[in-house]
Design a protein around this ligand. Structure first.
Ligand code: ADP
Ligand code: MG
Length: 702
């Protein structure tokens, strides 16, 4: 009885929400009216029929046509979920999309978020196994769930959304489904698993073929023409150009909201500030909203609010501008956008297996992305897109499409997960696009050095435990070895602090005060220990004073709350794995042993070491890359040996989150890695040699 959802039916038996048994609210009907107008709504019956007939189908449809919000609900209407038994999953590449869409769909279905509709992202599960029938989750989380539920028995249907993005985790899930689907065919003992592959662009054929000629459902978009403008000359500073263009639109163009694409939090906040500042004196109001992943859900929701009216009665109407990362390219649709400002960049993962560095790099987007972005301007009426690059550059410099992430990511995490799933033959695993052999080799090598895989490539007990922790292998190893150094409690706090957005805030207008505040926590040998001191102090402050304390100390309260939550979850996993939680703080006043913790850090991160040459420059050990300690680091006395968390390829090669270590620890803790027989010639090698002979001497003396 679903085909009479026409929004104006008289209240009758049909108006009872089948999931809750309660009558629908007025809001339900208001939203329903809008839902019915979405292009996919016309295809509801066809979709349900195709899904019931086939194990896999591919859906291709313009962004904003209603795929993500409606199709999972259609699957529920098709009877694919049974409360308390099986549910429908919908994957998203981004956390923000998973949480925001789950909230929207919960509203559409007139249910509580976390009950019938839920979401799961790393370290945050807002779902309930007894009641949830539709769950939005990041592609990475589905992969994690597969480790404990290899046939994905919790699910009767999986909607793989945003497949055109070709994220690493989506590609791996597709490969896994190739193994799972034959085991979960109709009539099989495990029950059928349905798969809906959704894509916004025209690469559907490739997916159809891969899923054994799955049928295609094509949802035609309903878009209006978008006029495209290019700059005459290349722009030197695209943030500045984006601000200028936005203000120009605000002053000169007809009413309609603006969407600006920038690459990350810092740029976005800077642009928002300037827009607010410079539009203050203008006739019409300009309301500015940022959108990026580390914003709180409440802040994210604001982007959907209506544009403001005139400042004074009869004056010009106000306008809304959303300054967003790539998330607004296809994942989230904001109604009312008529103008798009596209500087032509996004942050993209790059991986260089030779030097084992994965980094997020601001890079030119592809022509396919540029087309998606401009399309956002024409959803409700004809729009305009301002590309802040030349037309020649669009044709000559931009690639046709973005390379799949699997070709530009490190694979260590994925390889560990696949090993855990019993997939040993990675070379013959059915990837849509196989990763480079060198990348796989690097992953196997790293896991072997960390002791997760033995020399035959078999998973060790340690590797098994590492795979249980939802962390990069190095951090997982760090946690697992930390009890040996008597400081697992401190290490978990550090790892938790590293797993959340920036804890130390440094607003541009009060950089000096922020630096002074941070100085109170500074531990000069280590950014890790500086984080730990901040964490420990926060943890000792009574709950109701924490907000003020964070404010006074330029610390992100949200990040602190998350790190407490992450820490608790990690402690839970450690308990399950029987990993001891021991503290180096014997006095109980938050003090800790710097040496023990730095040793533990070295035992986990020995593959990320840099050595200061006599010339004063730092070189990474083994890979011999010139690096600079990032100016934000508290380590500023140029120690000889440092370990680092992150290698950021920007204009300079920066290492971030640094801790002082020493050569004796390196050879003591990781002799298999610092094996001088096949070690490139460099100054560090000489120091390592000396350390080895020192150790040999002290042994022979004993
Ligand atoms: P697609 O997946 O095809 O890109 P979506 O299902 O994400 O399309 O979006 C369909 C429509 O749902 C959007 O055009 C927008 O009007 C509406 N919508 C989605 N999320 C929200 C939200 N959080 N608030 C208000 N409207 C929303
Ligand atoms: Mg979508």
């Amino acid at each position: 009885g679903s085909s009479d959802d026409n929004g104006n039916s008289k209240r009758n038996k049909q108006d009872v929400n089948p999931w809750t048994g309660a009558p629908y609210s007025q809001r339900y009907y208001n939203i329903l009216e809008k839902r019915i107008k979405l292009p996919v709504y016309q295809f509801k019956d066809e979709l349900i029929a195709k899904v019931l007939e086939n194990q896999s189908i591919v859906v291709e449809g313009e962004t904003g046509s209603g795929k993500t919000t409606q199709i999972p609900q259609f699957l529920l209407e098709a009877g694919l979920a049974t409360q308390g038994e099986t549910c429908v999953a919908c994957t998203q590449p981004r956390r923000v999309a998973a949480t925001s869409i789950a909230q929207r769909v919960a509203d559409e279905m007139d249910v509580q978020l976390g009950s019938e509709v839920g979401y799961t992202i790393r370290f945050e599960d807002v779902s309930d196994p007894h009641t949830t029938v539709l769950k939005f989750l990041t592609d990475g989380m589905l992969l994690r769930e597969a480790m404990h539920d290899p046939l994905l028995m919790r699910y009767s249907a999986i909607v793989l959304d945003e497949c055109h993005e070709r994220t690493l985790a989506t590609d791996v899930i597709m490969g896994l489904l190739m193994e799972i689907l034959p085991k979960r065919k109709k009539g099989s003992e495990h029950g059928e698993l349905k798969v809906v592959v959704m894509s916004a662009t025209l690469d559907a054929e490739k997916f159809q073929e891969y899923f054994h000629n799955a049928p295609l459902l094509k949802v035609p978009g309903r878009t209006f023409p978008v006029e495209i403008f290019y700059t005459a000359k290349p722009e030197r500073n695209y943030v500045e150009a984006a601000v200028r263009t936005t203000l120009h639109i605000h002053q000169c163009e007809a009413p309609g909201d603006i969407l600006v694409f920038l690459t990350g939090e810092q740029e976005i906040e800077q642009a928002c500030e300037e827009l607010r500042e410079k539009s203050r004196s203008m006739d019409a109001e300009l309301v500015v909203y940022p959108l990026y992943s580390s914003l709180s859900p409440e802040q994210q929701r604001k982007i959907f609010s209506e544009a403001p009216g005139p400042r004074t009665p009869g004056g010009p109407p106000g306008r809304k501008v959303v300054v967003s990362t790539n998330i607004a390219e296809t994942s989230l649709t904001i109604d009312g956008i008529v103008y798009v400002v596209d500087p032509g960049f996004s942050k993209q993962k790059v991986y260089n297996p030779r030097i084992r560095v994965e980094s997020l790099l601001v890079s030119p987007i592809s022509r396919a992305s540029a087309k998606q972005r401009s399309g956002r301007a024409g959803r409700t009426r004809p729009g305009k897109c301002f590309r802040l690059y030349t037309e020649k550059s669009f044709h000559d410099d931009l690639q046709e499409t973005t390379y799949p992430e699997i070709l530009r990511s490190k694979m260590s995490n994925v390889v560990l997960t696949l090993k855990k799933l019993g997939i040993d033959d990675l070379v013959h695993f059915d990837f849509l696009d196989p990763p480079a052999p060198e990348t796989l080799m690097r992953a196997l090598e790293l896991l072997n050095y960390l002791g997760a895989l033995d020399d035959e490539g078999e998973m060790t007990e340690l590797g098994y435990q590492m795979s249980e922790l939802p962390l990069d292998p190095q951090l997982a190893k760090l946690i697992l070895v930390s009890p040996d150094y008597g400081c697992s409690s401190e290490i978990v706090s550090i790892v938790a602090s590293l797993s959340v957005p920036q804890i130390f805030l440094r607003p541009r207008e009060s950089a000096k005060q922020a630096d002074e505040a941070k100085a109170q926590f500074t531990h000069h040998e280590s950014d890790h220990l500086t984080l730990l001191r901040a964490y420990n102090e926060y943890a000792m402050i009574p709950d109701k004073e924490r907000k003020q304390w964070c404010w006074d100390n330029f610390i992100s309260e949200r990040s602190m709350i998350s790190s407490v939550n992450v820490r608790n979850q990690l402690l839970g996993i450690m308990k399950r794995l029987d990993i001891q939680v021991v503290s180096s703080d014997i006095k109980g006043d938050g003090s800790f042993s710097s040496v023990d913790i730095r040793k533990a850090l070295t035992a986990g991160m020995f593959m990320q070491v840099a050595y200061r040459q006599r010339s004063g420059e730092y070189l990474t050990v083994k890979d011999n890359q010139h690096v600079y300690i990032h100016p934000s680091s508290v380590v500023n006395n140029r120690p000889e040996w440092v370990i680092f968390e992150e290698f950021a390829l920007t204009t300079k090669n920066h290492i971030r989150t640094v801790t002082v270590t020493n050569v004796d620890w390196l050879v003591e803790l990781a002799p298999h890695y610092f094996d001088l027989e096949n070690f490139p010639k460099c100054e560090a090698k000489g120091e390592l040699e000396k350390a080895y002979s020192r150790i040999a001497q002290s042994r022979s003396r004993r």
